[in-house]
Design a protein around this ligand. Structure first.
Ligand code: SF4
Length: 461
């Protein structure tokens, strides 16, 4: 098998991993320059806002494990291939020199055993950094079960590491991935987190030394392959953020690539569930919500009609309306239609005077949503109602209003200005935007290539 054939197999096999914030494209080269369909090229966004193209490949898809949900499982009949360390290095350097990529996202099936796989990955990243002078972004998977020493050493050469938990419960792992018990997955995450903390402390004290996994660690959870409810998935994410300081938890709607009686008979991937989880994840990280506030044992699934914040507000109408001129910042964040950026602007603006609804509109508050939950100097908004059914109807219809020409969503670029209003109002229908984060600078969006999958991307505005 030549290198190009291997690349075709191992780049294709890597596409199910969304934990590198990738976007995809299927545009072919028609006698021009460039080809967005080039095998394994995906994009991610660096902390400073740069869009970084990554070579996204598996080192191998010859897996010794037999996870039921996975296309690469040992019992599945698919073409198999493995790169050598030299081949991955050659591809990375050649693609880099041709300006196709700026970084590498390297994952792998378990080839022979976890330590052997990790050793190969270590060899690749070590040689790239020390022998080839490659200083581009590198994200690799830590292989659960691999020797700790190998993971620790690899962490000194890469920017980000991730361990994919995939299935949100012990039971799910027992049934669908019996060779990967949860404790075996959590162990390397714990190890990476401890090492990051230790490394930061040493660098702070001694003001020297290389960083260990400076871009932090992430993980991916599959949604819909097991009967786990949204509540258990969200609570797991909350625990991962709290205990392992994860940068991101990525959610991937289960795509049935294999048939097995142990898997659910899905007609299409549960994309709306995936989207609701991203919205709720945002609320955990930037809006001060707890998982238990958004869902409960009695109500363990997200409302398909309303986003989690609007759903929470509707269930807590007794807390509203709040007076915008005196409400705490934390409470403003809980008002549907007010994002982090708007809440910060409100706090700043009300230092110099009382705010009215016109001021709020200019600040970026979406009054079609927020109008039911606010007062300005004691006055309610024109369309205000305290009737739950009316508020619900209004929140739903606010989402469904036709978009103006100006607001038709398109592929975002670093050069398009997207304000908070557009983020919520115009792009959410097709691209299902998350709200901007705490500094109002980040948003996540979905890109929809022609295969119908929604792929998550981050963008820094
Ligand atoms: S270990 Fe990874 S690659 Fe191998 S079967 Fe399981 S999920 Fe697939």
């Amino acid at each position: 098998m030549n290198l190009h054939e291997k690349l075709g197999i191992l780049a294709d096999a890597a596409k199910y991993d969304v934990s590198c914030s990738s976007s995809g494209g299927t545009r072919k080269n028609k006698n021009g320059v460039g080809d967005s369909h080039a095998c394994g090229i995906c994009h991610t966004w660096a902390d400073d806002g740069r869009c970084v193209s990554l070579l996204k490949i598996l080192l191998s898809n010859e897996c010794i494990y037999d996870c039921v949900y996975c296309i690469n499982r040992s019992s599945n009949d698919v073409p198999r291939a493995s790169f050598t360390a030299e081949e991955v290095i050659e591809l990375t350097m050649n693609f880099y020199r041709r300006n196709y990529i700026e970084g590498l996202f390297l994952s792998s099936a378990v080839l022979k055993n976890p330590s052997h796989t990790m050793e190969l990955m270590l060899e690749i990243v070590k040689k790239l950094r020390t022998e080839h002078g490659f200083f581009g972004y590198i994200h690799i998977k830590a292989i659960p079960g691999a020797d700790e020493r190998l993971i620790n050493e690899a962490g000194m050469y890469v920017d980000r590491m991730s361990v994919n938990i995939e299935l949100p419960s012990d039971k799910g792992l027992e049934v669908l991935a019996p060779q990967k018990p949860k404790r075996a997955l959590l162990k390397p995450m714990h190890q990476i987190n401890s090492k990051i903390i230790e490394n930061k402390e040493n660098r702070r004290l001694f003001k020297k030394g290389d960083s260990f996994v400076p871009a932090g660690q992430s993980t991916q959870l599959i949604v819909g392959a097991t009967p786990d409810k949204d509540l258990s998935i969200l609570k797991l994410s909350e625990a991962l953020y709290d205990n392992f300081n994860l940068k991101r938890v990525y959610y991937s709607a289960f795509i049935p690539t294999v048939t097995d009686p142990r898997l659910p008979a899905l007609i299409k991937p549960p994309l709306l569930r995936e989207h609701r989880l991203y919205q709720a994840d945002w609320l955990l990280r930037f809006y001060g919500f707890d998982a238990d506030e958004l869902l409960s044992k009695a109500n363990p699934s997200f409302n398909p009609e309303l986003d989690p914040k609007a759903d929470w507000a509707l269930r807590n109408l007794h807390l509203f309306p709040v007076e915008v001129n005196t409400a705490e910042y934390e409470m403003l964040l809980r008002v549907p239609g007010i994002g982090v950026k708007s809440a910060q602007r409100i706090i700043t603006a009300r230092r110099v005077g009382r705010l009215n609804f016109d001021n709020l509109k200019k600040i970026g508050v979406i009054l079609k949503r927020a109008g039911h939950f606010l007062t300005c100097v004691g006055k309610t908004y024109d369309s205000y109602s305290s009737n739950e059914a009316i508020v619900k109807e209004s929140l739903i219809s606010a989402k469904l209003q036709p978009k103006s020409k100006k607001s038709v969503p398109g592929q975002l670029s670093l050069f398009s200005f997207v304000n908070e209003t557009e983020t919520h109002e115009n792009l959410s229908e097709l691209f299902l935007i998350d709200s901007p984060s705490n500094n109002g600078q980040w948003l996540s969006y979905y890109n929809q290539p022609q295969d119908g999958r929604l792929l998550l991307s981050d963008i820094h505005l």
